[in-house]
Write a protein that binds this ligand. Structure first.
Ligand code: ZN
Length: 289
């Protein structure tokens, strides 16, 4: 088996590392005090209802917790972004430093859409982790999805799990900032999602490695991520029959691995170990990173 230790030298990954280093060296964006507005409450109400992907009603449940006083809403704003957080934790869990860096890397919202003034994130910080169904059972959105965003509308990012929220943020910003190859005869939605997920993986690894997307730099983040991908897919194929784009989770898992390989990144298994349905190897006790 080849040990792809040289993947770190991939030109795309090196470019991403440089972008992250430059971002880290730039002055820290200042968040200013912000209040929850009636417009925020309206957006929360709208985004708490319906939707075909949030099968566990994580958004609705978090809103209900807030409504009965078991949760709180926080608002944060800076020159280029606004974040609304709903949480049932006894503190504000919003990773302001890391998310400000990541959002700024994508650029001003106007770049994606002339009518949008700021990137907006609505985060329902539900602590329901992703989970495996019983062996042999298929996986659906409830096992994997964690957010959504309209293409080219960076003011419509919604994240609805605490776990992996930073990774979901990157995935949704990729949609919001028009980075996707449009759906067409040779690019079905499943391939578009697989490519977005592959990019999210590489961007996240570079962000972790430099300490832009995590409290501390994480050496070896790319290697850890690529092992995670291979391990998770081994279990998905072996125990849940995920084979083709007709399987719902293919786009975020096995299809993503194919997209990574086509980009020149090669997931590999060094040592078998148990793997969760989380999409990012844990780096510390705070699963938000
Ligand atoms: Zn997506």
């Amino acid at each position: 088996m080849t040990m792809p230790t040289s993947q770190h030298k991939h030109p795309l990954y090196q470019t991403l590392l440089q972008i992250m280093q430059a971002e880290k060296a730039a002055p820290m964006p200042k968040w200013y005090p912000a209040a929850v507005t009636p417009a925020d409450l309206q957006v929360i109400r709208k985004e708490s209802a319906g939707g075909q992907f949030d099968k566990l009603n994580l958004r609705q449940n978090m809103s209900a917790e807030v409504a009965v006083g078991r949760g709180r809403i926080y608002a944060h704003e800076n020159d280029f972004a606004r974040i609304i957080t709903l949480t049932d934790l006894p503190y504000d869990p919003t990773p302001l430093r890391e998310w400000a860096h990541l959002i700024r890397i994508f650029g001003p919202a106007q770049r994606a859409n002339a009518t949008v003034t700021k990137t907006q994130i609505l985060w329902f910080a539900s602590r329901q982790d992703r989970f495996w169904p019983a062996k042999g059972q298929p996986l659906g959105p409830e096992h994997i999805n964690g957010g959504y965003c309209f293409a080219c509308k960076p003011n419509t990012v919604v994240i609805y799990r605490y776990e992996d929220a930073t990774r979901v943020l990157i995935h949704e910003l990729l949609h919001g900032f028009c980075t996707d190859t449009p759906v067409g005869p040779t690019n079905p939605l499943e391939h578009l999602e697989a490519a977005t997920e592959a990019w999210a993986e590489i961007v996240l690894a570079a962000a972790r490695e430099t300490g832009v997307g995590a409290p501390q730099p994480i050496p070896g983040a790319l290697a850890a991520q690529l092992q995670w991908v291979a391990l998770q897919n081994l279990r998905l194929k072996r125990d849940h029959g995920v084979q083709s784009l007709r399987d719902y989770t293919w786009r975020y898992t096995v299809g993503k691995e194919a997209a990574l390989i086509s980009m020149g990144f090669f997931p590999y298994i060094r040592k078998y170990k148990n793997v969760s349905m989380r999409l990012t190897p844990p780096i510390n006790r705070n699963s938000v990173y």
